[in-house]
Design a protein around this ligand. Sequence first.
Ligand code: GLP
Length: 266
Amino acid sequence: MEVIIQPDLRSGAALGACIMERLIRTKPNAVLGLATGSTPVALYCELIRMHREGGLDFSQVTTFNLDEYVGLAAKHPASYHHFMNENLFSHVNVRRDRIHIPDGTAKDIPAFCQEYEAAISRAGGMDLQLLGIGHDGHIGFNEPSSSLASRTRIKTLTENTVAANQRFFSSPQEVPQHVITMGVGTIMEARTCMLLAFGEGKAEAVAAMVEGPITAMCPASVLQLHPQAVLIIDEAAAGLLKRADYYRRVYANKPSFQQFSSFTLG
Ligand code: GLP
């Protein structure tokens, strides 16, 4: 795993956006796995700026979002459909028929999940999966104890995740208990995984993911097995990493052709 420590959220988000920009410019029909939550918002702002000011073209891009709440219609203000429209899709020229987000209102959820996996395969798999991390180490909505081989499916949220996500709803009772999420196995098939984490509140999860054992108790730790995983964090989120100085040294001494990240794209 490549660990890139940036001074703050702003520089971390800018770096993440540069990596995505480079992918889209190199491969205009890139398949992107996208994430929600507060973490990627600044990165999406940068992508929007690159689209407006630098002509970054999303017209051939295909997207697959990680997850959605069960029972929330796309129009619900706390749905991830709504989030993605507000924070990215309505500001760039991505084609509506190339956007995929799990349907929280699907009547037959297992059939929907199977079809979601099939659609990812038909698109050729994700070139890059953007990820945030929950305080307990979850990715997507794969809570601790999720199978590390899991595929897209319905999950029950932990009480802590429900509590953490209450801020997006007008009352605690409104927060759905169930979600549809890509599985850990689905995420691991992306050719590149790029996880962002900012702030002291994420330091424990980051340390467990990078330097702890690979365990379903911290689903993000499985990224240690991914051949092209890049982690972009700020100083606060790096606060509990034992080998932080080494990660800084690796990044500072990279040959220029490897700048931004060592992985090869596409
Ligand atoms: C939710 C999302 C995750 C996200 C996590 C952290 O659980 N399903 O994809 O990484 O929240 O959210 P935030 O970025 O707001 O801390």
